[in-house]
Design a protein around this ligand. Sequence first.
Ligand code: RNT
Ligand code: ZN
Length: 426
Amino acid sequence: MPNAVPTTQQLQDAYVLAQERYAALGVDTERALAQLGQLSVSLQCWQGDDVAGFESPDAELTGGIAATGNYPGKARNAAELRSDLDQAYRLIPGRHRLSLHAIYAETGATAVERNALQPEHFAAWVEWAKANEHGLDFNPTCFSHPLSDSGFTLASADPHIRQFWIEHCIASRQIGAYFGRELATPCVTNIWIPDGFKDTPVDRATPRRLLKESLDQIFAVPLEPQYNLDAVESKLFGLGSESYVVGSHEFYLGYALANGILVCLDTGHFHPTELISDKLSAVLMYVNGVALHISRGVRWDSDHVVTFTDELQMIMHEVIHSGQMERVHIGLDFFDASINRIAAWVIGSRNVLRAGLLALLSPLDRLRRFEADGDYTARLALLEELKGLPWAAVWDQFCVQQNVPVGFQFLDEIKAYEAQELSQRV
Ligand code: RNT
Ligand code: ZN
């Protein structure tokens, strides 16, 4: 049964009422809609195929991360992945980016080792990005490879292993700069490595020294920041690295500060009660910029689809009201293989944007005044009232303006695409 669809008139009436409610608080909904239209989210290509990539049809995901579930219809090649992404972007209001991993290279009939990857292996992605106005971000893939089987890459005690991954990361930065040049928007090239120990190490310092030396070599060649922005991503623990992760938060925060690069904060990479929303204003005071991997950890770093949580709302409040949006690069990082993968992208992205809208609709001056006056009662009362204001009518208006389905209707399109396209993949 198709979902009930509100009429254009109903949507318009609801929006006008919402506009009046917000105007009464001094909030201009038209301005919020215009600002929301500028917000760009980098979708993670790897949600489309459970982080498999195109190197080999039976690639095994390693590195202490896992996509669980076996929902049918995952993309098996670049053409399918791009088609699925096109379908997702058609349902997400605004213009958004794509984050690629090195394993999504298209090398034709010849296998190319990761340390030999060249911009040309991503030419089809660039062509597609140009045609669809997507900026591109990039990630070296330092996992799912025989040379990462020891559990160590850039921090390996074996100089040959280290060298291979150093070369891969250097190649990746060049690919990032190529994206930035071709698309006239800087590419965030983000390094994450799985290196760590399952059990308590006796020497925590040596792997960190090795990682620092590897990074120094990787970043030795400066690249134009208008083309490429380097980021490093920390983690607390992974599957098989429960006791020690070389690239911890303190390690990379220090490295990013000392070297003028970006720090990547993944919402699933901290202690469960530790919040990214509280870190943003602190790190933005010192680092050149922040890349966000918005995810949702459930018990462990489980990479669940982003839902409309309190923390997501607080993150977007911080991002938007930091006044430094140009230094915050919003990206997603989840990979759920138990549901329709296009729906996963759409639900997660739409939630980030909805949380962005909620922040843009906040009567900030008034709230700040309450805070400055020490009137915490009024601050709490108004914050709670805002949750019940008709912001969803403003969101619907955004979807109408941006020509994407309103509300739950987006699922009808996904189901139709599943019937026509995904169900053919066996
Ligand atoms: C892993 C990191 C990393 C990956 C992707 C696939 O814990 O979050 O960002 O999820 O690179
Ligand atoms: Zn991540």
